[in-house]
Design a protein around this ligand. Structure first.
Ligand code: XMP
Length: 516
């Protein structure tokens, strides 16, 4: 669906900051998409971009087999900004020379602007000599015909370049990183002066165009969507409901492994304000019976995942004529599914493990162009309660993988009570939203304690609390001692069956965020 009237295409050559470029462009209220370097010219033309950005990349443009762009790309009558590798590729493809630099330029560097127009238009005096972030081992040695130096640095006579008459510009540094102090000015100049874009892409406009596109795609057909309690599925459901009303049916499966009131507030919101059809399935007995005697974490995951699919499938069959399945797939999942090595998929992402293949439904993924914080903004714009929008991530298998060893009602009850206390204290202290995740884990051991005059022999709760940007790596959160102490006191005093609380001080890697 080509529903955005103005867009920038980022051609990805494998830089670690490609997603960051996209974030920076969208912050300027201009829509952009990332496409792999091997995207052909026909596809690029079909997308009708207002301009292209060629990303950085780990290779050298003169290497044998180094990624290159679609032949004829520079003949298109389109503004192009090359960043680092992208700029070097532009130079090489247009007849200039790129060579290994005598001195690798990495880190902060001072830029001397020669041509205070184009990318550098409108900068005030302070910014004219200014810090940028370099990360390259190659340098532009000879410019192609009709190109000029727009800025230089100590080691790069061509730190920024531009064509004398066409909208082709390049920088050897990274405008997308915060260390480049004029990075935002440069990107704004590219977007608004060189590409003539307008800052009109807001979450409101996203909702309008997406709602129209869903209506057109679905027609009179029926759609189902699994509600998990998480923000992605809630926003997906709210968006699709706005588009097609009661042609959408949501299915919420209570597997008995949710937190206390985990989804109650969300279901209440949907019931009160949207008239969304939700089939609320109580499958607690089924799941707890399936989990009896199961200790192995992977087997737990498999049993829970399989049970979910089975119930979902049964319910969808009962509904009859369903053509579409809605999923809350996000942009990072989409990008991860695109490989740069010529087409093999690194990770194909399914929110509801395998459902689409089994059920042969067409997918609707209205959030597949958005980053998580944009999804949250859409949620707020759609009127979802703050509590649902700013919820910390919660794993699909729920408390099942936060109880070490066998999962049963008694142990679920202990963990739920401890978890409520963690949540309450994190929220009242203002730490809930400062950390990535904070939760309790029930350990499979008992330890000795003393309560009053009595010896006790009871359970241990571990408090896990991490800072992270994307869950790929994480560090344990440096919570104030008083807060840790209060959580510990309350759990030991208020939760029957717990006499010890420990604090997890492991980072990921080598540990993981969850304990199983
Ligand atoms: P780990 O424990 O691998 O977790 O460091 C990384 C992030 O993923 C979440 N997580 C899961 N989410 N199903 C999910 O939907 C799972 O089986 C699962 N395991 C971990 C975890 O909460 C963290 O945010």
């Amino acid at each position: 669906m080509n529903i955005h009237s103005e867009k920038i295409l980022i051609i990805d050559f494998g830089s670690q900051t490609t997603q960051l470029i996209a974030r920076r462009i969208r912050e300027q209220k201009v829509y952009c998409e990332i496409h792999p370097y091997y995207t052909d010219l026909a596809k690029i033309k079909e997308l009708k971009p207002s301009g292209l950005i060629l990303s950085g990349g780990p290779r050298s443009v003169y290497d044998k087999g180094a990624p290159t762009c679609a032949p004829g790309l520079f003949d298109l009558d389109l503004p192009i900004l090359g960043i680092c590798y992208g700029a070097q590729l532009m130079v090489q493809e247009m007849g200039g020379v790129v060579e290994k630099a005598d001195k690798r330029e990495f880190g902060k560097s001072v830029l001397d602007i020669i041509s205070p127009d184009g990318l550098f238009a409108g900068l005030d005096r302070d910014k004219q000599e200014c810090q940028v972030w370099m990360s390259h081992g190659d340098r532009i040695d000879k410019l192609p015909d009709h190109f000029l130096a727009a800025a230089q640095s100590e080691h790069s006579p061509y730190a920024a370049i531009r064509h004398e008459s066409r909208p082709l510009v390049g920088v050897q540094f990274h405008p997308e990183v915060v260390h480049t102090l004029i990075g935002t000015d440069i990107l704004r100049n590219f977007l608004f002066n060189i590409c003539n874009c307008h800052p009109t892409w807001t979450m409101g406009s996203f909702i309008d165009t997406t709602v129209a596109a869903i209506r057109q795609k679905v027609g009179r057909d029926q759609v189902i969507c699994a509600l998990s309690g998480g923000v992605d599925s809630a926003v997906t459901a709210a968006l699709i409901h706005r588009a097609i009303g009661d042609q959408l049916t949501c299915i919420y499966v209570n597997n008995g492994l949710m937190r206390t009131n985990e989804t109650a507030s969300l279901l209440q919101f949907f019931a009160d304000t949207t008239h969304l059809k939700v089939i609320d399935i109580d499958a607690v007995d089924y799941f707890l019976t399936e989990l009896e005697g199961v200790i192995d974490p992977e087997l737990k995951r498999k049993k829970i995942g399989y049970g979910f699919i089975k119930i979902f499938e049964e319910e969808a069959k009962k509904l009859g004529d369903v053509k579409y399945l809605a999923q809350g797939t996000l942009y990072p999942d989409v990008i991860e599914s695109i490989a740069l090595d010529g087409g093999t998929v690194i990770k194909s992402h399914h929110n509801v493990g395998g459902l689409p293949d089994i059920m042969q439904l067409d997918l609707i993924e209205p959030l597949r162009e958005l980053f998580k914080d944009e999804v949250r903004l859409v949620g707020l714009e759609l009127g979802l309660p703050d509590e649902a929008v700013f919820r910390q991530p919660f794993p699909g298998p729920g408390l099942g993988i936060r109880i070490m060893g066998e999962v049963d009602r008694l142990r679920l009850d202990i963990l739920r009570q401890a978890d409520v206390i963690v949540l309450e204290e994190m929220k009242t202290s203002g730490w809930y939203q400062k950390v990535w995740q904070s939760f309790a884990v029930l350990l499979p051991i008992q330890t000795v304690g003393v309560m009053g005059d009595e010896r006790t022999y009871e359970n241990v709760i571990a408090l896990r609390c991490v800072d992270s940007l994307d869950a790929m790596t994480a560090d344990w959160s440096k919570l104030p001692y008083e807060l840790i102490g209060r959580i510990s006191n309350r759990i030991i005093n208020e939760v029957r069956g717990v006499n010890r609380v420990v604090f997890d001080v492991s980072s990921k890697p080598p540990s993981t965020i969850e304990w199983e």
